[in-house]
Design a protein around this ligand. Structure first.
Ligand code: UDP
Length: 242
């Protein structure tokens, strides 16, 4: 879609795909692009490459789902990264699987670990590390010593996508996911939008109201939608000609 290929899966299919990749234990990675990330990939070749090489690309934002519909290639569902992540954690908890929490401000991953262990007693949290490091080497070493089934990479976009792409071949993990502010939510540092906002597809608006600097980030959203309409018109026109 507009330069980024998405996996067209339901929630259940996505979680099953994650568990298969975890079983394979080949340092696979999942990206969860919203329209901002798709647009950022238009002028960031490295981000585009990172998305293209991902083992799973899921439709995190409502804008992505709407654009897919406009383009005539609808996606089955909106799949918020944090919900897929929690579903994977729940499955891991059932089988005594492990997770390593990487990202967010100092202390946040530890708090998230505490909350996750309370909620999912079978889960093994095999490591935590804040996201404000300069050198990746000692972090890779710590992750590889822990060999997690699942590595949450919460460094914000595009840092997390580039980090996963750059380091996948040196990591000893099952699956990793670029999961933005998920650790902040699990730690209770930030809240997700109330369910009704989520159901109405307005979670982005809620985040912008809470963190007004985000309005700047979504300013290009109308351009994203216009591009989707333009592309659909071009495709229809070319289709009729051909
Ligand atoms: N972050 C980080 N290292 C950085 C920059 C950001 O660990 O160098 C963290 C930040 O503390 C926050 C998360 O990455 O926990 C980004 O959250 P945000 O909600 O902005 O993610 P996005 O909107 O990109 O999904």
């Amino acid at each position: 879609m507009l330069g980024v290929g998405f996996d067209n899966l339901t929630r259940e299919e996505t979680v099953n795909a994650c568990m298969k990749l975890i079983e394979k234990h080949a340092s696979s990675y999942m990206v969860t692009p919203n329209p901002e990330i798709v647009m950022a990939s238009w002028d960031n070749e490295a981000l585009k490459t990172a998305a293209e090489n991902a083992d799973l690309v899921i439709s995190d934002g409502i804008g992505v789902v709407k654009a897919a519909k406009i383009l005539g290639t609808p996606l089955k569902e909106r799949l918020p990264g944090i919900e897929i992540c929690e579903a994977v954690i729940e499955r891991l908890s059932d089988i005594g699987g492990s997770v390593f929490l990487l990202g967010a401000k100092p202390g946040v991953a530890e708090k998230a670990a505490e909350n996750l262990k309370k909620k999912y007693p079978g889960l093994v949290v095999c490591g935590t590390q804040d996201g404000y490091f300069k050198d990746s080497e000692p972090i890779i070493e710590a992750i590889n010593a822990a060999k997690p089934d699942f590595l949450m990479v919460c460094l914000g976009a595009p840092k997390q996508e580039l980090w996963m792409y750059d380091n996948a071949s040196r990591l000893d993990v099952g699956l990793m996911g670029g999961l933005g502010g998920s650790l902040d939510v699990f730690a209770g540092v930030t809240d997700r939008a109330p369910k009704i906002w989520q159901r109405l597809g307005l979670e982005w608006l809620h985040r912008c109201i809470k963190e007004p600097w985000r309005f700047k980030r979504i300013a290009r959203l109308p351009l994203f939608m216009t591009k989707a309409v333009e592309t659909r018109i071009k495709r229809t026109f070319n289709g009729h000609k051909g």
